[in-house]
Ligand binder design. Structure first.
Ligand code: IVH
Length: 692
């Protein structure tokens, strides 16, 4: 055998293996080979084809991204027109009955006659394609166009890994497989992430896609196959175009269902949800099942499709104008609609988060009428650049809150003078006027008004009354809601001005409950400094930080006046906590609340500042290892740190003492090696006592 013959044989074997494994990977989702091995074979085949160019066949796995960028798409006349399907106007599940009834009537079936068999498929939200195979090799991919004439998109479609370049197994002389090319939601997110990075890097011609369908359409109509290849597309086969008749060697199948199995055998993905159904009842059940699964599918669908299964019955039913009588699309409420932006507002949530919200001309989307849609945060609002007067795409999927997906390109392209101003996030809370801050590394602005802010009032009061704070028994959700809505409580001190008469006068409030609450309020006045501090609901100040602060400063006034540096000296207080405290107490109204609460009689025992306590062990580094006889490691650490020592996790030359208990391991060896002083618990307590 010549070298060339050897090469041809090897190339054929490699091609076969690569095809098989690509199919396992992309279509069946069950790879057998490690990626590296696949890559190795791929490169070997590329090398062989470089040496013997005649081995480079159009269906070679190396030829998915072959050609040069096109100038334009050529027109393609479809051999068999690409029809559209009638859409059932009744979007409730009952719409399926109307279709079944029509089919039965047109077939002349008696009321008590046999049930019609259907195939139920998903209505994928992508683009219809006609894929022409001659002698099993993909020769042309075309879009639907107007149904008669489409565009030749073979180059970009060759890059779709789920579409076989050569049919598996025996293939007829001619067959056209039709189906939907689409983009999965996760691929869409990844693509947009990459697009955003490109835009951020200053690439002017790049854009963010509004939805997977739009991104898929862009990829299919991409003239440069290299770019198309970087936009991951997927495919489902669902229909047949021209095919060699059985008498001339084409496959003979009697049902739509069998054709789907044939497509699968040829190497195409077919819908995993596809089901056979008998009669209207089973069609309705399918519609309902898919409605529940819709949001969890990895791709968008806009409905389901019912098709009469028997091809013989399909022939008898025929067509009306350009639509078959044997199929219908039964949609779900659209999850995206267009509408106009009437305004952009900033709303304040219960936790003080500021959210830009677009006010919309009412639009029916996802099954409800929507007038508000979130823009999430400052960055998203800027990126989408929504302006008043723009036409936007609004999305409401499942129970998720409606969001603005993006501005319609025509709207965004209007001259600047015709568009509203650029959205900017206010630096004051629109509800209470307090400073609104965006902390480093965070996407959200937050109102610093806390309990002063109307939007946060209910939350703030509930927090103040909670068991671990002021512990006001009987002041629950419903009551707080009632009190705030009746404007009886505007700030925390108002709580203590509530008298029996006011409370007893509330709806659904018994005298006994009113009396109990008055007593609970009175009892809550005698509290502790940590409970009071925690109760104020300052962001980042939890129970333990409140305790540390109280211990460190002793008195409330010392905390109110502490600088950020002084706050940082407190155990476990870092820059975020220090800043949050300072911001809170710098707002005059927050101070006012504190003063009024004191004036209402809230009191606690104040202590001496711990900060002035001597730090005899400042500058000394300790390491603790093994089990100590009386103290836990944390207790020992606490004692040492209170005395100003640093407690490290590992022994080094900088360690002054290793405190060793029983079962001390490698740290003990290391300390001995470095000549670090090794002491036991008793010696440690002695050092704490004497300061050395
Ligand atoms: S069958 C004669 N099946 O919906 C019937 N179409 O007009 C031809 N589509 O352009 C179409 N999923 O893009 C069929 N499982 C499915 C489909 C489907 C999506 C699209 C297709 C077509 C449009 C209906």
């Amino acid at each position: 055998m010549t070298r060339r013959e050897d090469a041809a044989r090897e190339a054929a074997a490699l091609g076969e293996q690569l095809r098989r494994n690509a199919h396992l990977y992309y279509v069946l989702d069950a790879p057998e080979l490690p990626d590296a091995e696949y890559d190795r074979m791929f490169q070997r085949l590329q090398a062989l084809e470089a040496e013997y160019p005649e081995l480079r066949t159009p269906d070679s796995p190396t030829q998915r991204v072959g050609g040069k960028a096109l100038e334009a798409f050529a027109k393609v006349r479809h051999k068999v027109p690409m029809l559209s399907i009638r859409t059932e106007t009744d979007i409730t599940p009952g719409g399926a009955s109307a279709f079944d009834a029509r089919v039965r009537r047109e077939l002349g079936l008696a009321e008590d006659g046999p049930q019609v068999e259907y195939v139920c498929e998903l209505k994928f939200d992508g683009l219809a394609l006609n894929l022409r195979y001659e002698q099993g090799v993909l020769v042309q991919a075309a879009t639907r166009g107007d149904g008669e004439i489409g565009e030749d998109v073979t180059q970009s479609i060759r890059t779709v890994q789920q579409i076989p370049l050569r049919l598996h197994g025996a293939a007829p002389p001619v067959v056209e497989v039709r189906g939907e090319v689409y983009m999965r939601r996760d691929d869409f997110e990844t693509l947009n992430e990459r697009q955003r990075e490109k835009i951020a890097a200053g690439q002017k011609n790049e854009k963010v896609f509004v939805n997977p369908r739009n991104a898929a359409a862009g990829a299919v109509r991409q003239l440069d196959p290299a770019i198309a290849a970087s936009r991951p597309l997927s495919f489902f086969a669902y229909g047949l175009g021209e095919v060699t008749p059985p008498e001339q060697g084409g496959p003979a199948h009697a049902t739509q269902f069998d054709w789907l199995q044939q497509f699968h055998a040829w190497g195409f993905p077919i819908g995993t949800q596809t089901q056979r159904a008998r009669g209207a009842i089973e069609l309705i059940a399918f519609h309902e099942t898919i409605a529940r699964q819709r949001d969890a599918l990895p791709y968008d669908i806009d409905g389901v499709v019912y098709k009469v299964d028997s091809l013989e019955l399909q022939r008898r039913l025929g067509f009306v104008s350009r639509e078959p009588r044997w199929a219908v699309a039964h949609k779900y409420p659209a999850q995206e609609q267009l509408t106009e932006v009437l305004g952009i507002e900033v709303q304040v949530g219960r936790t003080g988060k500021l959210t830009p919200v677009a006010k919309l001309a009412p639009v029916f989307v996802g099954g409800v009428t929507v007038t508000n849609a979130t823009l999430h945060n400052e960055d998203e609002a800027r990126r989408k650049d929504v302006r008043v007067g723009d036409i936007v795409i609004v999305r409401r999927a499942g129970d998720v809150i409606p969001e603005v997906v993006g501005v319609l390109p025509e709207s965004a392209a209007r001259p600047v003078e015709q568009r509203g101003p650029v959205f900017t996030m206010p630096h004051k809370c629109p509800v209470c006027g307090s400073d609104a801050l965006r902390e480093e590394g965070e996407v959200d602005y937050r109102c610093t008004g806390g309990l002063f802010c109307g939007a946060q009032r209910k939350e703030a009061i509930l927090h103040f009354a909670a068991r671990r704070a002021l512990d006001i028994e009987g002041l629950g959700d419903k009551l707080v809601e009632q009190l705030v809505d009746a404007n009886l409580i505007r700030t925390l001190p108002d709580l203590y001005k509530l008298g029996f008469t006011t409370l007893a006068g509330l709806e659904r409030m018994a005298d006994k409950s009113a009396k109990n609450l008055v007593d609970a309020l009175e009892a809550s006045k005698k509290t502790t400094l940590p409970r009071f501090l925690f109760g104020l609901g300052i962001r980042h100040i939890g129970e333990s930080t409140a305790k540390d602060l109280a211990k460190h400063f002793g008195k409330l006034d010392a905390i109110l006046d502490a600088t950020e540096e002084q706050l940082l000296e407190v155990n476990d207080v870092g820059p975020v906590v220090a800043k949050s405290l300072r911001t809170f107490f710098d707002q005059a109204h927050n101070r006012e609340v504190v003063e009024q609460l004191r004036a209402c009689g809230l009191s606690w025992e104040e202590g001496e500042p711990a900060a002035r306590a001597p730090k005899p062990l400042a500058g000394k580094t300790f390491v603790i290892t093994g089990t100590l006889p009386t103290l836990s490691r944390d207790e020992a650490k606490d004692k040492l740190e209170t005395a100003g020592a640093k407690v490290a996790g590992s022994v080094s030359k900088k360690t002054d003492y290793l405190v060793a208990g029983t079962e001390a391991g490698s740290k003990l060896d290391k300390a001995r090696e470095l000549g670090v002083a090794v002491i036991d618990e008793a010696q440690m307590l002695e050092i704490l006592e004497n300061g050395r």
